[in-house]
Ligand binder design. Structure first.
Ligand SMILES: Cc1cc2nc3c(=O)[nH]c(=O)nc-3n(C[C@H](O)[C@H](O)[C@H](O)COP(=O)(O)OP(=O)(O)OC[C@H]3O[C@@H](n4cnc5c(N)ncnc54)[C@H](O)[C@@H]3O)c2cc1C
Length: 299
């Protein structure tokens, strides 16, 4: 019997297992961890976090530490908004823009200094090495004993633990009757162009790590198929600023799981289990959800 079993190895589950470390089992139904979270843009953009801006900033410290300790590529960087200015950043002119992004030809931009990018694929690969994970293991049923969870039935047998964290993300509704919505997005990957920071134009976003990544669309649907018009729109908006190689594009689709009030869902679902999900920037807030979930459980 484990002290803690974490169900779902997206970014929230990985952080939960990593923070607790000892006597923890992380179970994931897919053959590898992080599949849905791998379609994220892996960026932390505090100016877009609204009332959770401070939590997003605090997460940067958590990612920074893990990136350093596990050798994952991360960068703290600026965010340049190229239109729809908010007035909350610093408005800079053409020459100053050029000092941050030499190839960018725009008259002005709104700059924020506190963005962060994490190379997500490396993050999950390193985490898989250090965590106790059982992949290909789907939780099919929960066995209760009164108000507490006694064990989980999986396709590979029964698992018992003292405490449970459900970080089941976009599949949460299969297990719990939570009022959450799914928003599909596409991650476009193409050749690097020498971008230093995070660019935002008309809600479409570009950031560069090992490759150039583009995203920004968000459609309220549970259908996982690719929406080609959204891809065209993202490429067309970002192409106004960057010379994108469209001959080498690859695309991943994924879901954001969003609660009805848009706030993170940190909820006890039995006396010894919590459910963690619900925020549109789940990559950014995963360390916070994990920490609060463990605290709420007393695990
Ligand atoms: C295109 C795109 C770009 C994004 N960009 C950003 C960004 O830049 N910054 C940011 O902060 N957020 C971003 N997001 C949002 C972020 O990716 C999600 O909020 C995040 O992935 C949610 O992670 P999660 O671990 O909570 O859930 P999920 O990623 O949904 O993971 C849940 C996991 O649980 C597993 N699972 C479910 N049920 C079971 C079961 N019964 N048994 C075993 N395993 C189970 C699933 O297989 C899955 O691996 C983006 C999202 C998209 C789609």
């Amino acid at each position: 019997m484990y002290n803690l079993v974490v169900i779902g190895a997206g970014i929230t589950g990985v952080w939960s297992a990593f923070m607790k470390k000892d006597d923890v089992l992380l179970v994931e139904k897919e053959k590898s961890i992080g599949k849905n979270s791998l379609s994220s843009l892996w960026s932390i953009m505090p100016p877009l976090c609204g009332e959770f801006q401070d939590l997003c900033l605090a997460s940067e410290k958590d990612y920074d530490d893990v990136c350093f300790n596990l050798g994952v590529f991360c960068k703290k960087t600026h965010i340049l908004k190229l239109d729809d200015f908010t007035g909350k950043g610093k408005l800079i002119g053409k020459n100053e823009v050029r000092t941050f992004e030499p190839q960018l030809d725009v008259d002005k931009a709104e700059m924020f200094e506190n963005g962060m990018f994490v190379e997500g694929s490396e993050f999950f690969t390193r985490m898989e090495d250090v965590l106790n994970v059982e992949t290909g293991t789907e939780v099919l049923r929960i066995n209760y004993d009164g108000n507490s969870i006694k064990s989980l039935e999986t396709n590979k047998g029964e698992i018992s633990a003292k405490y449970f964290i459900f970080s089941t993300g976009f599949l949460t509704k299969k297990m719990f009757h939570e009022d959450i919505s799914l928003f599909k997005g596409h991650l476009i990957r193409t050749k690097k162009v020498g971008l230093n920071g995070i660019l935002i134009s008309r809600n479409r976003i570009a950031v560069e790590g090992r490759d150039l990544y583009l995203n920004g669309d968000s459609v309220n649907t549970e259908d996982p198929s690719v929406i080609y018009d959204e891809l065209r729109e993202t490429v067309s908006i970002i192409s106004k600023f960057l010379r994108i190689d469209t001959s080498t594009l690859s695309v991943l689709t994924g879901f954001r799981t969003v609660s009805t009030n848009g706030k993170p869902l940190i909820k006890k679902v039995s006396s010894n289990a919590v459910l963690l999900t619900g925020y549109k920037f789940g990559f950014a807030l995963a360390p916070y959800l994990a920490r609060e979930g463990i605290k709420l459980l007393g695990a």
